[in-house]
Design a protein. Structure first.
Length: 236
């Protein structure tokens, strides 16, 4: 079983959901699978832990990373590169858009409404039930409403990203899987995939989730830590 993503796929979520980590690892997975993939950094709000932080290893793999001009890479400003519109107009087999958190970050999508019009678009909402505001079904649905209102687009599926960073355990993953199963049923939206740290992916697969498991090679780390190496394909 594999994740069926193609065309333009927006990765959204609230602050702390891990959406950027998911976007980066999805890009790496598809590249390893032989699918040409672009990753567009549209996080123009949060100056930390943006997909541009992983641009060097992704570029070495062959992922096309679309960023603001070099002089603006550290800027917390609403600057859109002209390359963004081009990437959306000609998305290729797969173009992943990593947008900012909550409604504030998603407003950039409304500015791209004309470019996105008449193109098939999937928007996936990343959920970490171990974070504030998304630790309940009601909270996740509220964040969904905020993102949809700001972006003028509809969420089409969920990504379960249960984790406590370095404190993640098998129990954390099991509890997270049960939560997103309930969320999927309550919202009538599909569970597109769930994530797990590479060393714990096998234990989550043993729970027979109803979707693929995306092993995470953590890239969004503080300056004193070294990012993990990419290298394991998605499994289910």
């Amino acid at each position: 079983m594999d994740i069926a993503l193609e065309g333009i796929v927006i990765i959204a979520g609230n602050y702390g959901s891990g959406k950027t980590e998911v976007a980066v690892n999805l890009a790496a997975h598809y590249c390893e699978s032989g699918v040409p993939v672009r990753l567009v950094d549209l996080d123009l709000v949060n100056p930390y832990f943006r997909s541009r932080e992983a641009r060097k290893p992704l570029s070495r793999m062959g992922v096309e990373v679309v960023l603001p001009a070099e002089s603006y890479l550290s800027a917390d400003l609403p600057i859109l590169s002209p390359a963004v519109a081009g990437a959306i107009r000609k998305p290729g087999p797969l173009t992943l858009l990593d947008v900012g958190g909550d409604g504030v970050g998603a407003t950039v999508l409304a500015a791209l409404a004309d470019v996105l019009a008449d193109r098939p678009v999937q928007m996936l909402q990343v959920v970490n039930p171990h974070r504030p505001f998304t630790d309940s079904i009601e909270g996740c649905l509220r964040i969904r409403g905020i993102i949809e209102a700001a972006s003028r687009l509809s969420v089409s599926g969920w990504v379960g990203n249960a984790n406590l960073i370095d404190e993640t355990t098998e129990e954390v993953l099991r509890d997270g899987l049960a939560f997103v199963r309930e969320l999927s049923a309550a919202s009538s939206l599909p569970l597109v995939c769930v994530t797990a740290p590479e060393h714990l992916a096998g234990s989550l697969e043993a729970e027979n989730p109803p979707c693929p498991v995306l092993p995470i090679s953590r890239q969004m780390v503080p300056p004193w830590k070294k990012p993990a190496n990419f290298g394991r394909s998605l499994s289910a």
